[in-house]
Design a protein around this ligand. Structure first.
Ligand SMILES: [Zn+2]
Length: 185
């Protein structure tokens, strides 16, 4: 399922239309509170996951956390908040499992006579596969609304085309909506 994505600079405070991001009902009179972890750099998440596995502590070295309250009716808000809770759990679980599996594969390869280079290669493939699982799942089943914080900007992702359109108007008329929206005639 495609989402309608709008990119704003990290420093810009987003203005949300008064409409439920889940069911598009106007004036929902309620907010959904969500928090999303992202990386400041492409390898940021991998680095943090590896550090987390090595030290057992949450490292916020290269990660960034965005907290938002978005207009959402109470029913949709419960589903959206639950979805973001599990999104965070899966992100950390895939990082910890990926790092543990990576070490296990390297040890296994070394015990079975593979060169250390081959062992590291197998380990990294396993690590990247596990890190990719939550990302692939989200691409196939996107939440009604989420954000992706990256270096310098934040991408706001809506399943609802109407909410995305109103969000663009409320924030920056020059902002470019998702190609999915633009390509639809
Ligand atoms: Zn709703």
């Amino acid at each position: 399922m495609a989402t309608h994505d709008i990119k704003l600079p990290s420093g810009q405070r987003p203005q949300f239309p008064d409409r439920c991001v889940g069911c598009e009902r106007p004036q929902p009179g309620h907010l959904a509170k969500i928090a999303v972890t992202g990386s400041r750099s492409t390898l940021g998440w991998t680095t943090d996951a590896a550090l987390l596995a090595a030290t057992g502590e949450t490292v916020q070295g290269t990660n960034t956390r965005v907290k938002l309250a978005v207009p959402c009716c109470p029913g949709c808000a419960r589903a959206l908040e639950r979805r973001h809770f599990w999104k965070t759990v899966m992100l950390y679980a895939s990082g910890i499992l990926g790092a543990a599996a990576c070490i296990a594969v390297i040890l296994w390869a070394s015990a079975h006579g593979f060169s250390s280079g081959m062992g590291a290669f197998f380990g990294i493939v396993v690590l990247l596969t596990l890190l990719a699982l939550p990302v692939v799942y989200e691409l196939k089943h996107p939440p009604a609304f989420t954000v992706t914080p990256l270096e310098g900007h934040v991408t706001y992702e809506f399943v609802s085309a109407l909410c995305a359109e109103e969000f663009v108007r409320a924030n920056d008329p020059a902002a470019v909506p998702a190609p999915a929206t633009a390509a639809t005639v």
